[in-house]
Design a protein around this ligand. Structure first.
Ligand SMILES: *[C@@H]1O[C@H](CO)[C@@H](O)[C@H](O)[C@H]1NC(C)=O
Length: 169
């Protein structure tokens, strides 16, 4: 709740600097495959923090989205380079990435969301896709530690600060 309130406050005082143009509705991504995130405009006004803006997969109703996975960062400070390829991990902190409808949250200032689109994981079909067999799992890739929890706890401003610190380190 605190998080949402902070996001709304920022949205009220800052006009959107970037607009996400890809993925769009109808887009289908597959886990483990690099896919392009594209935007228009730039976030140069964010300063150094704009060079490492985190991108997360989320789902749920607008205003009450649920964090699913951190998929990396974009540098949206450039006026010429407005795309970055990112990969959704086959594994999240809560197990295999489940096929379904998701959106991306881009933690720019203000925070931006894509429209809903599909992300598929052939190894973890959506629950409604039929009788789910207990697939004998191959060796599970170890996901690298993510800063997701820190991000969830912090406000948008804290995130910007975090990104700035990460750049310095
Ligand atoms: C654009 O930036 C991303 C990183 O933010 C980089 O991976 C990509 O190679 C760049 N593309 C061009 C055409 O410079």
């Amino acid at each position: 709740m605190k998080f949402i309130a902070a996001a709304l406050t920022l949205a009220a005082v800052a006009s959107a600097q970037i607009q996400l143009s890809d993925p769009t509705e109808g887009t289908v991504w597959k886990v483990g495959v690099a896919q392009y995130v594209r935007w228009t405009g730039n976030c140069a006004a964010m300063g150094a923090a704009g060079k490492a803006v985190t991108v997360e997969v989320v789902n749920g109703p607008a205003g009450n989205v649920k964090f699913i996975a951190n998929i990396g960062t974009i540098d949206c400070t450039s006026t010429t380079n407005t795309s970055t390829s990112l990969t959704v991990p086959p594994q999240t902190n809560n197990g295999p990435f489940v096929s379904g409808t998701y959106a991306l949250r881009v933690n720019a200032d203000p925070i931006q969301y894509t429209t809903n689109f599909i992300i598929n994981n052939p190894d973890a079909p959506a629950a409604s896709a039929g009788p789910s067999a207990t697939t004998p799992s191959t060796t599970e890739p170890t996901t690298k530690p993510s800063s997701a929890n820190t991000l969830m706890a912090g406000s948008a401003l804290a995130m910007a600060a975090l990104a700035a610190v990460q750049l310095v380190l």
